[in-house]
Design a protein around this ligand. Structure first.
Ligand code: PLP
Length: 433
């Protein structure tokens, strides 16, 4: 750790990338804009570590944004991929591996009786939205401020401050006519949802949410919130959809729905179920899923969907996760991490609130509690940017935004956590308050 931190090669490659691709990246958050830094260009990943093209090694708490829950490049995943590779890279025809992964998902996730595989979480959420509207014959949708459901038009809505409000598009190119059907409410606010149902009788197809929010930092549902949404949707003839793209197979083997005991009508998945290859999925009650083509009239398709390599990585990853004690291990390790971070920060005189469940964690540099996006925005993002850079120099790779959840993996050791906590402690003291 005493070696000088040199990122010359990363800087060279990234400056070339900026001429070749918008912002130099294939997905915006990777550009480090919200921490005011230059991104690190990766060379390879293994276990809990990532190496950059300058030869620096980092303990990684991004885990490819969630998929690397068993650790990067798990030897069993790599071995099964090598075997599958011999049989070809894409079939465009049914393969048995799809049955296998479908059976595993149906067995694991309480709400899922039937599943369709796609290539990303965005695709899963787009498809589920069409299905919600088709099944109910209604066009409107309720989502929550700070929840991300991929980049389809109808989900790209910035909510007004504080109160529930009609959606205006978050991005140019999204027609107002599309987002006018998107209603938003603050997270953890059942009253706001009740009002939206009252104001829009027989018009709302359903409510979609992250059952634990990981795209606005880390926000957990208050007791009664998920249960209340389950009741409200039922009373109003609307569907309840859990977007478990991030929480699926991470919060527990059956996702947040298993952990909280609230069963939605439909569920979207991604990240972990692809084990590091591009997979998304949506599933739910047979009655609803039977409407999807070719069983039913709701069109949705994909050239590479159910890809044999992606199915293989997903199957092997779930097999590893299913082993006794996986989630207990993630929970213990991550609790140690977040408690240590919060203790260090407080000792350095900073305001902080943080929490974790299983292998997912987050902290805000402000007084708690943080129950919704509005409260999350109180966090000191400027300080977080400096903290992020200082931690990089000490070999710790955190998500490059104050509003992203962190991830641990089964490959992180107690030693990795201790080294990380030591680095946090030094950084908090160096940066002061
Ligand atoms: C990542 C994410 C998505 C989008 O998935 P992509 O694979 O990036 O398209 C959707 N919903 C949630 C909750 C996510 O975390």
């Amino acid at each position: 750790m005493t070696n000088a931190f040199n990122t010359t090669n990363s800087q060279t490659v990234f400056s070339a990338a900026q001429e070749l691709m918008p912002g130099g990246v294939s997905s915006p958050v990777r550009a480090f804009k919200s921490v005011n830094g230059d991104p690190i260009v990766f060379d390879r990943v293994k276990g809990p570590y990532a190496w950059d093209i300058d030869g620096n090694r980092f303990i990684d708490y991004v885990g490819s944004w969630g998929p690397a829950i068993c650790g990067h490049s798990h030897p069993e995943v790599i071995a099964s991929l090598q075997e599958a590779l011999e049989k070809g890279t894409s079939f465009g025809a049914p393969c048995e591996l799809e049955n296998k992964l479908a059976e595993m998902v149906i067995e694991a996730v309480p709400s899922v009786e039937m599943v369709r595989f796609v290539n990303s979480g965005t695709e899963a959420c787009m498809a589920v939205l069409r299905l919600m509207r088709a099944f109910t014959g209604r066009d409107k949708l309720i989502k929550f401020e700070g929840c991300y459901h991929g980049h389809a038009d109808m989900f790209l809505v910035k909510a007004g401050s504080g109160v529930a409000t009609l959606g205006l598009p978050d991005s140019p190119g999204v027609p107002r006519s599309t987002t006018s059907n998107t209603l938003t409410a603050p997270y953890n606010d059942l009253e706001a949802v009740k009002e939206l149902f009252a104001e829009n009788p027989d018009a709302i197809s359903g409510v979609i949410l992250e059952p634990i929010v990981g795209n606005a930092g880390f926000i957990t549902p208050e007791p009664g919130f998920l249960e209340g949404l389950r009741e409200l949707t039922k009373e109003n003839g609307a569907l309840l959809v859990f977007d478990e793209v991030m929480t699926g197979f991470r919060i527990s083997y059956g996702g947040a729905q298993e952990r909280f005991g609230v069963i939605p009508d439909l569920t979207t998945m991604g990240k972990v179920i692809g084990g590091g290859l591009p997979v998304g999925a949506y599933g739910g009650k047979k009655e609803i899923m039977s409407m999807v083509a070719p069983a039913g009239p709701v069109y949705q398709a994909g050239t590479l969907s159910g890809n044999p390599l992606a199915m293989t990585a997903g199957i092997k990853t779930l097999e590893i996760l299913k082993q006794e004690g996986s989630y207990e291990r993630l929970d213990t390790l991550t609790k140690k991490l977040i408690n240590g971070i919060c203790d260090s920060a407080k000792q350095a005189g900073l305001s902080i609130t943080g929490s974790s469940i299983s292998g997912m964690f987050g902290f805000y540099l402000c007084e708690g509690p943080v129950r919704n996006f509005e409260e999350a925005k109180k966090a000191n993002a400027e300080y977080f940017g400096r903290l992020h850079r200082a931690m990089l120099k000490k070999g710790i790779y955190l998500a490059p935004s104050a509003f992203e959840a962190g991830f641990t993996s089964l490959a992180h050791s107690e030693d990795d956590i201790d080294i990380t906590l030591q680095a946090f402690n030094e950084c908090f003291n160096e940066l002061g308050n």
